[in-house]
Design a protein. Structure first.
Length: 294
């Protein structure tokens, strides 16, 4: 189950070599022969762009470039794909043929039309899969929380580059906690970091683990965000994007004491790839037309 659109130059022809040079220079693309595969390991988003050439078949389909993205995916897949498609269309002045129901039709690329068409098909795909598998077999998070995690992880490499080596910018992880998906941010030994809000901090203790008979293996503690928030507020700065950046180079005593005194917590069963966590509203069948229009 996938969504396909076809693209062509508004005038003249698309040069295959120039197309793939452009894509190969961008993050997350791997070019092999006539196809470029996009895979963002930070977010799990993937899709394909194939150059099928100028043939009778491609003329009938609508163009020499085929863009394909799967259905039954989290909502943010289309948001990230749109960012890439928008840049591609602008760079090569492309027009689109989109025959999908609720899609863009023929003409200029339109972000709202792309999102509308993919979401329509994605909603139908969810209904079909859930009918076969049931709802209980899928990890979910509310769409708003899922998209916040996607946006942070998408921007994380840029934020880390800006922060340099002295400040860690962690990703938002999704963990299986007693059969439910929760968000968590790793925090090692209370070191300086910039953290977005999450359900939990995952405190990783190496130097700060209480020593028992001289042996101190690494351990970890899940800390509810509400429990850690006062400490972070005292020793950090709230930024415009809602994240908190600590204001120290080395952990101060209150941070050290907080981390060392953490009591045992439920341990997550496993980490769940962000791209495999589905929208709660879609799984429950509550993703309305009105919400999509917004």
């Amino acid at each position: 189950m996938s969504y396909e659109i076809y693209l062509d130059a508004r005038s003249g022809r698309v040069d295959q070599r120039r197309l793939f040079v452009f894509l190969n220079r961008r993050r997350n693309y791997t070019v092999i022969e006539n196809e470029a595969r996009y895979l963002n390991k930070e977010t799990g988003v993937d899709f394909g762009i194939e150059f099928i050439g100028y043939t009778k078949e491609s003329k009938d389909l609508g163009g020499p470039i085929c863009f394909e993205i799967n259905y039954f995916r989290p909502s943010f897949f289309a948001l990230e794909a749109d960012l890439e498609l928008s840049d591609l269309v602008e760079m090569f002045d492309l027009v689109v043929v989109d025959s999908q129901i609720e899609g863009m039709g023929e003409g200029d690329y339109d972000s709202a039309g792309f999102l509308r068409g993919w979401r329509y098909g994605n909603r139908l795909a969810h209904a079909q899969v859930i009918e076969r598998t049931g709802r209980a077999n899928h990890f979910t998070l509310p769409t708003a929380k899922l998209e916040r995690a996607w946006r942070w992880n998408y921007e994380r490499p840029r934020l880390q580059q800006q922060a340099g080596d002295q400040l860690y910018v962690p990703d938002i992880m999704v963990l299986d906690l007693n059969g439910h998906a929760v968000t968590a941010v790793p925090w090692k030994d209370g070191l300086p970091f910039r953290t977005p809000p999450a359900d939990y901090l995952l405190a990783i203790r190496e130097r700060l683990k209480p020593r028992l008979f001289g042996f101190s293996p690494r351990d970890q503690r899940l800390v509810p965000w509400q429990q850690a928030a006062p400490l972070l507020a005292d020793h950090g700065e709230a930024l415009e994007d809602g994240s908190i950046q600590t204001r120290y180079d080395q952990p101060p005593k209150p941070v050290i004491d907080f981390v060392r005194r953490l009591k045992p917590s439920d341990n997550p069963r496993a980490r769940i790839p962000l791209g495999e966590v589905m929208d709660e509203e879609l799984i429950l069948g509550q993703f309305t037309v009105e919400r999509e229009a917004g």
